[in-house]
Design a binder for this molecule. Structure first.
Ligand code: MRU
Length: 352
C-alpha cells in the first residue's frame, strides 16, 4: 500500500516548467512558471526549487527550455547542439553538490545528440523525456519507500534532517517517502523533524508537507537530537542525500554528520534514502564531493532580521559528508544497500 501525496513540486506544462516556490513556504503557497533557462538557473541557485532529485528534474526542464529558445535562432543542427551544450553547462553550474542536477542534464544532452530527426523533433523528445523523468521520480520514491518501510520498527520514533520529502523531489519524497509508506502501515510511528539551520528546511518545509498529508510531526531544534535519543524517543534516523560516493560516504544538508555521530553513540540505526541517480560512481570517497558555500546572510539573518553582531565572521557550508561507517543502510529503489557499500553500490548500479 502507498500513501499518496498531494504535492507536485515540479511539472512540465505546455511550454513552461511549473514549480512550487519553496522560498515562501509555509507562509504562502504559490507556483512559479519558469519560461527560460536563465529563470531556471536562478530558481535553482536561489532555492525556489531545492532538494537533489527536484533540482535534477529542474535541470532536465531547463535543457528543454534552452532548446526551445535556441530552436528560434538556428536551423543548423550542429550549431543547435553546440549552443545547447553551452546552456546546459551554465545550468549545471547553478549548484555544485547534488549530483542529480548533472545526472538529469547529461541525460537530456545525450538524448538530444542521439535524435536522428530535425531540431523540432529534438525539442519534442526533450519535452517528453522531461515528463518521463518526472513520472520515474515518483515511481522510484514509492518503490524505495516500500523497501524502507520494512525496516521501520512498530511505533518507532524517526528523526529526519532537512527536507527530503515531496518538496525535494517531484512528489512523495525519499526519506519522507519511507515515512509516508511506514505511516500507511503503522500510524503509531512518531516523526521528529530537525529545524535545520540556517535555511530551516525542516521547520518550514518538512513540517508543512507532513501536516498537509495528515502525518503528525514534532519539530525540534538542531541541538536536541542527542537528548531525545538518550531518552529512547528517537529509535532511527532517515535522511536524504545530495551525493553518495562509490564507497558510500554521503553528502547531505549541513548537520547530517552530527546527527549520524549522535545515532552511532546511542546505537540507533542511521539510514540514507536516495535514488540510485544520487550515487556518483566517479567519486571514490566523500572528500571529493564539492561542498557548496552559501551566502553569509543565511546565518546572520532570520526572516530578514539580523540575529547577531554585524562584525561577526561567517562560514556557511551548505552540506557535510557522513562517513560510510556511520551509515546502517542506503535505501534505494533496488532495495537496501548494506556495508560493504563499495560492493553493494557496484552491484546495484550494474544493469541499472
Ligand atoms: O540545500 P537543499 O535544501 O537543496 O538541501 C537538500 C538536502 O540536503 C536534502 O536532504 C537532499 O537534497 C535530499 S532530497 C531528497
Amino acid at each position: 500500500m502507498v500513501f499518496e501525496s498531494k504535492i507536485k513540486t515540479i511539472e512540465w506544462i505546455g511550454e513552461v516548467s511549473r514549480i512550487i516556490n519553496q522560498t515562501v513556504l509555509p507562509y504562502k503557497f504559490e507556483t512559479v512558471d519558469i519560461k527560460n533557462v536563465e529563470e531556471m538557473y536562478f530558481a535553482i541557485k536561489d532555492m525556489i526549487i531545492r532538494g537533489a532529485p527536484a533540482i535534477g528534474i529542474a535541470g532536465a526542464h531547463g535543457v528543454t527550455l534552452a532548446a526551445i529558445e535556441i530552436a528560434k535562432t538556428t536551423k543548423d543542427k550542429d550549431t543547435f547542439l553546440k549552443e545547447l551544450k553551452k546552456q546546459a553547462d551554465y545550468l549545471n553550474s547553478s549548484r555544485p553538490t547534488a549530483v542529480n542536477l548533472n545526472w538529469a542534464i547529461t541525460k537530456q544532452l545525450e538524448i538530444a545528440q542521439s535524435v536522428k530527426g530535425d531540431i523540432k523533433e529534438i525539442v519534442d523528445i526533450l519535452k517528453e523525456n522531461g515528463k518521463k523523468l518526472e513520472n520515474d521520480d515518483i515511481e522510484i520514491n514509492k518503490r524505495l519507500g516500500e523497501y524502507g518501510a520494512d525496516v521501520v520498527p512498530k511505533g518507532a520514533g524517526i528523526l529526519t534532517h532537512c527536507n527530503a520529502g515531496a518538496l525535494a523531489t517531484v512528489g512523495y519524497g525519499t526519506a519522507l517517502g519511507v515515512i509516508r509508506s511506514a505511516f500507511a502501515k503503522d500510524s503509531s510511528i512518531k516523526v521528529f523533524a530537525d529545524e535545520t539551520r540556517p535555511r530551516q528546511q525542516g521547520a518550514r518545509l518538512t513540517t508543512w508537507e507532513l501536516t498537509q498529508d495528515g502525518i503528525p510531526v514534532t519539530l525540534i531544534t538542531d541541538g536536541m537530537c542527542s537528548y531525545f535519543m538518550s531518552k529512547g524517543m528517537i529509535n532511527m534516523v532517515i535522511t536524504g542525500a545530495d551525493r553518495i560516493a562509490a564507497n558510500g560516504d554521503t553528502a547531505n544538508k549541513i548537520g547530517t554528520y552530527t546527527v549520524a555521530i549522535a545515532a552511532k553513540y546511542h546505537n540507533i540505526p542511521f539510514y540514507i534514502a536516495a535514488p540510485l541517480s544520487t550515487i556518483d560512481i566517479s567519486i571514490k570517497s566523500g572528500s571529493e564531493i564539492p561542498i557548496e558555500e552559501r551566502s553569509s546572510e543565511e546565518v546572520t539573518h532570520i526572516n530578514g532580521n539580523w540575529i547577531c553582531s554585524k562584525d561577526v565572521n561567517i562560514i556557511n557550508p551548505g552540506f557535510d559528508v557522513t562517513p560510510n561507517e556511520l551509515i546502517t543502510g542506503i535505501i534505494t529503489e533496488k532495495g537496501i544497500l548494506k556495508p560493504d557499500f563499495k560492493i553493494s553500490i557496484e552491484k546495484a548500479l550494474k544493469n541499472n
